[in-house]
Design a binder for this molecule. Structure first.
Ligand code: H79
Length: 369
């Protein structure tokens, strides 16, 4: 089927930047923002959804949430300590929330007043994080929610001409913010898009395609997963011909392919929460906390199926990590120190999983077979 905005490449990217991505094995996700202050609680009540979605809770007035920036002061934020913890854990890449669905920007954006400079903390958080991780040898990816609850021009659907006019302004705003991020933080290796599931965006295949091409021209080598674009018919991830629209499949959120055929032979990564659901800090811990052992098994499974595994952390509003997350990171790091050879640069071995574990293959082990 002829498509104007379908996949422009069939099969995997083979350039050095993408080869480097493929070799990471283990990554870290960080969710940090205004929601970290509340930690899923408000007025003595507990929100049962994901804590970073608390603004959408009918018990919390929007104006309360939107004024949280006046209290945002992560005074103990220490980017070097964050990078050190990630390094010990053995992660090769980190994805940082620059702006979640609430629209709050952790960098001094010229295009939105709802940003870090208006808080008591005042200072940019993204730059120091990017530089600290980069210096530690950990590649940096920026999480960016397209959906933005703070922007008046955001639309869920485009039903009227006025909607389209507003949404066109929103597109320009989005492009400006992304240009700003890549210009301010040239160390960035890729962008992790989210909040792209609404009809308005699905109707914007032409724009998302041109945006993807523009960003890659601006920042050669940039890696963008399959969550940014939509094709001519509003298909996401895979176009109407079944081809992946992105450098890797970005649909594995809190789930892992059951076997190799489920990966369709594409590059992919799985992003995983330690609790059952919820990415931002949650004061009240609900449900099961994955043990380091469970997370390591997931990591081994992902690598054995040619994917990367990314574990999420939700630091507290003061900028420090909860002890349980620190311990989890440390225990995974201890395991990685002994077993990293089976993770870095490793992938699908073509052998069936056994009850005692998973096979992974590296170029070296491949040569010796
Ligand atoms: O940032 C983390 C989550 O907050 C975010 N992605 C990760 C990395 C995320 N947001 N939503 N989701 C994940 C799940 C999507 C839920 C949806 Fe819906 C179901 C979107 C559309 C249908 C909930 C119900 C939101 C709108 C209706």
């Amino acid at each position: 089927m002829p498509l104007k905005y379908g996949a422009h490449r069939i099969g995997k990217r083979t350039d050095p930047d993408m080869n480097r991505w493929r070799d990471y094995g283990l990554g870290e996700f960080i969710h940090f923002g205004l929601y970290s202050i509340l930690g899923g609680d408000y007025n003595g009540m507990h929100y049962n959804g994901a804590s970073e979605w608390i603004r959408s809770w009918n018990k919390l007035p929007h104006e309360v949430y939107d004024n949280l920036y006046k209290k945002f002061n992560p005074k103990d934020f220490d980017p070097e300590a964050w990078a050190k913890m990630a390094k010990q854990m053995g992660v090769k890449y980190v994805t940082i929330t620059t702006k979640h669905h609430d629209g709050f920007c952790l960098w001094p954006s010229k295009f939105s007043d709802f940003n870090i400079t208006k808080t008591p903390y005042k200072k940019d958080m993204i730059g120091p994080m990017v530089r600290a991780f980069d210096k530690a040898g950990i590649d940096v990816y920026l999480y960016f929610s397209v959906m933005d609850w703070h922007q008046k021009d955001w639309r869920y659907d485009l039903k009227t001409a006025a909607d389209s006019v507003a949404f066109n302004r929103f597109k320009t705003f989005t492009k400006n913010q992304l240009t700003e991020l890549l210009t301010l933080y040239p160390e960035t290796k890729g962008l992790w898009f989210d909040g792209t599931w609404d009809t308005s965006w699905k109707k914007s295949g032409a724009f998302s395609d041109s945006l993807d091409q523009y960003l890659k021209k601006l920042h050669p080598g940039l890696i963008i997963g399959s969550r940014l674009r939509a094709d001519d018919y509003g298909n996401r991830h895979f176009d109407a011909n079944g081809h992946l629209m992105g450098d890797y499949e970005q649909g594995w959120e809190r789930k892992i392919p059951k076997d190799y055929s489920a990966t369709r032979g594409n590059d992919w990564d799985c992003v995983m929460t330690i609790p059952e659901n919820g990415w931002g800090y949650a004061k009240t811990w609900m449900g099961h906390w994955k043990t380091p052992y469970e997370l390591i098994e997931m990591l081994a499974k992902c690598v054995s199926l040619d994917g990367n595994f990314v574990i999420n952390f939700g630091p507290k509003g003061d900028g420090t990590f909860r002890n349980k997350e620190i311990q989890t990171a440390r225990q995974i790091g201890d395991w990685m120190q002994v077993n990293h050879e089976a993770i870095y640069g490793a992938g699908y071995a073509g052998w069936e999983k056994q009850d005692w574990g998973y096979y992974t293959k590296t170029e070296r082990t491949q040569r010796s077979i």
